[in-house]
Design a protein around this ligand. Structure first.
Ligand SMILES: Nc1ncnc2c1ncn2[C@@H]1O[C@H](COP(=O)(O)OP(=O)(O)OP(=O)(O)O)[C@@H](O)[C@H]1O
Ligand SMILES: [Mg+2]
Length: 117
């Protein structure tokens, strides 16, 4: 690839989320972005939701057995933990964080107008 990722001359972190329907190419895109050479030397951190942490793994394990609001709460807990322990510290350190799924998946899977079950 002859492209370069360019960011503005700020030392603040950059957060990129890749979202979309199942099988559309999110993981492929995140990995490709991670391989692109960068012109500013900033570290790039690839991550995903549900996260690789314990709550994220629990959410993945229970996706077929827990439904509705309980599952939404698990995903919300994972989001909070992922952001506070992994994403925010890296952004504050000036890194580029690219996540495979984020709020688009939440909007699709936990629509706010749907009645709790
Ligand atoms: N730009 C592309 N053109 C053609 N095929 C692609 C492209 N990007 C990904 N694919 C292929 O599509 C398939 C699904 O890709 P990928 O696993 O990245 O999707 P995903 O959105 O992460 O899926 P999931 O929602 O299941 O996590 C793979 O076989 C991959 O090689
Ligand atoms: Mg994927």
């Amino acid at each position: 690839m002859d492209q370069k990722v360019r960011t503005m001359g700020s030392s603040e972190g950059l957060f990129i989320s890749i979202d979309g329907p199942s099988g559309v190419g999110k993981t492929t895109t995140v990995r490709a972005l991670g391989r692109l050479p960068r012109d500013d030397g900033r570290p790039v951190h690839l991550t995903c939701e549900p996260s690789e942490g314990r709550i994220g793994k629990l959410a993945r394990d229970l996706t077929e057995t827990v439904t509705g609001t309980a599952l939404a709460c698990l995903y919300a807990a994972d989001r909070y933990h992922h952001l506070t322990t992994e994403v925010f510290p890296r952004l504050e350190a000036g890194e580029v964080v690219i996540t495979d799924r984020y709020s688009g998946s939440t909007a699709r899977r936990q629509p706010s107008r749907k009645s709790p079950r």
